[in-house]
Design a protein around this ligand. Sequence first.
Ligand SMILES: O=C(O)C(=O)C[C@]1(C(=O)O)C=C[C@@H](O)C=C1
Length: 319
Amino acid sequence: MTEAAPATPEQTYSYLGPAGTFTEAALKQVPEAAGKHWRSVNNVGEALADVTTGRSTAAMIAIENSIEGGVSATQDALATVPGLRIVGEYLVPVNFVLVARPGTTLAEVRLINAHPVAYAQSRGWLERHLPDHGYIPAASNVQAAASLFDGSQADAAVAPPGITDHLDVDVLARDIGDNPNAVTRFVLVSRSRALPEPTGADKTSLIVELPDDEPGSLLAMLEQFSTRGVNLSLLESRPIGDALGRYRFVVDLDGHVSDERVADALLGLRRTSPKVIFLGSYPRADQREIEYHSKFDDEIFIEARDWLRGLVSGEPDVD
Ligand SMILES: O=C(O)C(=O)C[C@]1(C(=O)O)C=C[C@@H](O)C=C1
């Protein structure tokens, strides 16, 4: 990472800043981003706009937290901003400290700055130790602490443990996250149409809409996966937003679109769903090899297709 490198789009990566956020920690895991220009932005929308306008080659965004679930701003942006592809996945363990301007004591804290996802993950600790606190949402965990020196009325901020490398703050309490094993999943998003190569340990992300008022349409969608032995690792609903009761589904599945069983499931979805957005196939961060029954091997699908082609073209019968 060098702020001095020339900021051409091919050499620019956008991330939720400023320096020191968990999003920056995720970007540090991307070998291709090393030595490139890293552009600090204020929200997911700005990061994705950088990619769609060609200002940046890619953007790192948080998509899911192990405690809070899906990051709705990210899921909604991926559903509505066209032309984006997820090209990589990264995991960052998250824990938090409570910090304040030097000299402040815990007993003096009334008002707290925090990123909403960080606040949700520290709420138990804050309610136990500061039961009458108020809360001001911040654009990021580092911004929460930085604004203590920028006219904010808050007395303290929820921040990443590394914040003391960036700001002159006193740490009032450590490990205030309610779950010590909390992890946030990040994705690198670009406009590239080139699919990452299949590795055998891949994930595919989709957004699927269902036909209106059709009983069983959610079950029909799930059957597209189950009949091809495709395992789902995430299924969340998000309101489409145009009327009450209309939802789209965010789906992560085990496998790559070039795996026959996944491709076949996508064909089924395309036939039965009014809208399927393919967000990408990319290597899993945990590198866990995908396991599936041998009856869903690529060769089984290929043989069945060849058999059908033979029937149609009048070739002699094969066993
Ligand atoms: O503020 C940060 O440090 C971020 O990287 C953002 C973010 C998020 O958007 O979820 C990332 C991880 C934590 O779960 C809380 C906040």
